[in-house]
Design a protein. Structure first.
Length: 256
């Protein structure tokens, strides 16, 4: 029995098969490009009337894989969402998504300060028509998070939420996802042009489903956390796993 190919072997196989397709008219060429990550701040209050000012946001990013499959969006919730019964909003997610062939990958594990931005590394890739990517959040290690800003978690966010009523909540929260974020839209016919991929994390989408009134009582320092299974924690998890929270673009020129 032949062994299952590794991702790099699968990528090489993709390049080979593409070079043989269409009577030899289409030939995929190997290339590399940098992949960076940054964040955009919330610009309006969320669906519960809270305006959030992030003070810190970090993410432990593992593999980033690019695929040819395009994303068809659906408004149907991927699984039962209990808080939608009390006024929550159904957000878009990939529907009928088939990744197709792998076209590129970054296999580093990096801790990214989202407010400052950072480089995830170079993707080993081939030319072709890109349609989507898969983003894996990784448990940080002592090497990837030397300052322990994530405290062993995949995602961390701290800030202040102010309600339209005048109530204020200072919060500090973490998230760990059980699986990769699949079906993030990235559509581009990528050849040998100079440039890089930028993944902008929309912190407004992360925060949009959270009712901060369900956070814990503040500690001695005046900071609240999100108890397990609370509406606040569930809302944050749903925001982090929402594919629309990751806006992927191709930027011409070299990484600054």
């Amino acid at each position: 029995m032949n062994p299952i190919p590794t991702p790099l072997q699968a990528l090489a196989l993709t390049a080979t098969l593409m070079s043989l397709g269409c009577g030899g008219k289409t030939e995929a060429e190997r290339r590399t490009f940098a992949v960076t990550m940054t964040a955009t701040a919330p610009t309006a209050h969320n669906e519960y009337g809270w305006t959030v000012t992030p003070e810190a946001a970090q993410l432990s990013v593992g593999s980033v894989r690019f695929f040819e499959g395009r994303v068809l969006l659906s408004q149907r919730l991927p699984r039962f969402d209990w808080y939608s019964l009390i006024g929550g909003t159904a957000h878009a997610h990939p529907g009928h998504y088939v990744p197709g062939d792998a076209l590129g990958e970054v296999l580093n594990t990096r801790t990214v300060d989202l407010l400052a931005g950072g480089n995830l590394g170079d993707a080993n890739a081939v030319t072709g028509a890109y349609g989507s990517l898969e983003l894996t959040l990784a448990t940080p290690t002592a090497a990837s998070d030397a300052q322990n800003v994530l405290g062993g978690h995949q995602a961390h966010v701290r800030g202040t939420a102010t309600h339209t009523s005048g109530a204020t909540v200072r919060f500090d929260a973490t998230v760990d996802l059980p699986k990769a974020i699949e079906g993030v839209r990235f559509e581009r016919d990528l050849q040998q042009e100079a440039g890089f991929v930028r993944i902008a994390v929309d912190l407004g989408t992360w925060m949009d489903r959270i009712d901060f009134a369900t956070a814990s009582l503040p500690d001695a320092a005046g900071v609240s956390t999100f108890p397990a299974n609370s509406q606040a924690q569930n809302g944050l998890v749903r925001g982090v796993e929402d594919t629309s929270a990751y806006v992927v673009t191709w930027v011409e020129g070299a990484v600054q």
